[in-house]
Design a protein around this ligand. Structure first.
Ligand SMILES: *[C@@H]1O[C@H](CO)[C@@H](O)[C@H](O)[C@H]1NC(C)=O
Ligand SMILES: *[C@@H]1O[C@H](CO)[C@@H](O)[C@H](O)[C@H]1NC(C)=O
Ligand SMILES: [Ca+2]
Ligand SMILES: [Ca+2]
Length: 316
């Protein structure tokens, strides 16, 4: 069973010093991070698609090197954490979480009489949680390699801390998304479907009534689906939204910044990348500059995360 990362760090020199003790093969946590080289990039855009989200202005941002998870945190990863710590998520404590109506059975829907006025396709479902993404009768057993869902910002911080990591800042996330390209819409360039290929798990068809799943997935996809960007990162846009460590604000200084960490306070946290529910008609947010927000205790069936780290954690 996974031990806290600190323990592994302490034990590793000991193990290395004893020649007949073989070092365990690096676990999934050690191999799934990539080193993102420090540098300067253009954060945000001068051509915002969604004005009220604060996508602009474009500003020059300098970052030191850091490590980034190659994949969104999967159900399997999260189960390792819960097995090791007994952690209970906020959705489990509150007893409900938001689920996209299109994923619910008629039986579950019949039980709900309340919806989100501005977005009636979101329904609060009793018993929905990371283990039961569409309510008590649903299970993740066939989706262990899919992104964990229904995790709040607080849950995400708890996981990353346990793994010896932390959430990425918004700047780190966006820099990672861009994969070394300047001023492009997507992690791979400006064309949504180069050579007709799907590069991300988003929504095809009419939102919210007709999900044709041309990209192969109606809901989430495995965290390793679709081609990675030039940094080797998968599903930065689409699949699940990803929490970042920044507080939310829509006004940004155009000044050049070094390792910005966002506003010092706020009510909501920044999430990036859009999800399998995003369609250009109403949620053109599967772009690196795009952003949205939720309160830190919010959870939903399209919101997950990945972790970053200053230095790569050792084998666990
Ligand atoms: C978590 O514990 C359960 C029960 O012991 C086990 O079946 C499962 O494989 C464990 N999951 C992980 C990811 O280690
Ligand atoms: C969904 O959209 C596809 C493609 O436009 C169309 O062929 C299909 O008939 C639509 N299905 C429904 C139920 O409207
Ligand atoms: Ca899809
Ligand atoms: Ca994602």
């Amino acid at each position: 069973m996974a031990a806290p990362i600190g323990l592994c760090r302490c034990l590793l020199p000991l193990l290395l010093a004893v020649p007949w003790v073989t070092v365990p093969p690096p676990g999934v946590f050690a191999v799934q991070m990539v080193l993102i080289p420090g540098g300067v990039f253009t954060m945000g855009t001068q051509e915002p698609e969604i004005q009220q989200d604060g996508e602009g202005p474009a500003r020059r941002v300098h970052l030191g090197s850091f490590h980034m998870d190659q994949y969104e945190v999967s159900n399997q990863d999260f189960e390792s954490f819960v097995n090791a710590t007994g952690y209970v998520t906020e959705a489990e404590k509150f007893g409900d979480s938001f689920v996209f109506e299109g994923m619910l059975s008629e039986a579950v829907k019949a039980d709900i009489d309340q919806a989100v006025a501005a977005a009636p396709w979101w329904l609060p479902v009793k018993g929905a949680s990371w283990r039961h993404p569409e309510g008590p009768d649903s299970s993740i057993s066939s989706r262990m390699d899919h992104p964990v869902l229904h995790v709040s910002w607080n849950d995400a911080v708890a996981f990353c801390t346990w793994a010896g990591k932390r959430l990425p800042t918004e700047a780190e996330w966006e820099y990672s998304c861009r994969g070394g390209l300047e001023n492009r819409l997507f992690p791979w360039g400006n064309k949504l479907q180069p050579k007709g290929q799907h590069y991300a798990n988003i929504w095809q068809g009419e939102f919210p009534t007709n999900n044709t799943a041309e990209d192969g997935y109606k809901g989430t996809a495995p965290v390793s689906a679709f081609p990675p960007n030039a940094y080797g990162l998968y599903n930065m846009v689409g699949n699940a939204w990803e929490w970042t460590s920044d507080w939310w604000a829509v006004h940004h200084s155009p000044q050049e910044l070094h390792n910005p960490k966002g506003p010092s306070s706020g009510t909501d946290r920044v999430k990036k990348g859009g999800s399998y529910m995003c369609h250009k008609s109403y949620c053109y947010r599967y772009r690196c500059a795009a952003r949205s927000q939720n309160t830190p205790d919010s959870s939903a069936s399209n919101l997950g995360f990945r972790c970053a780290a200053d230095t790569a954690p050792g084998p666990r």
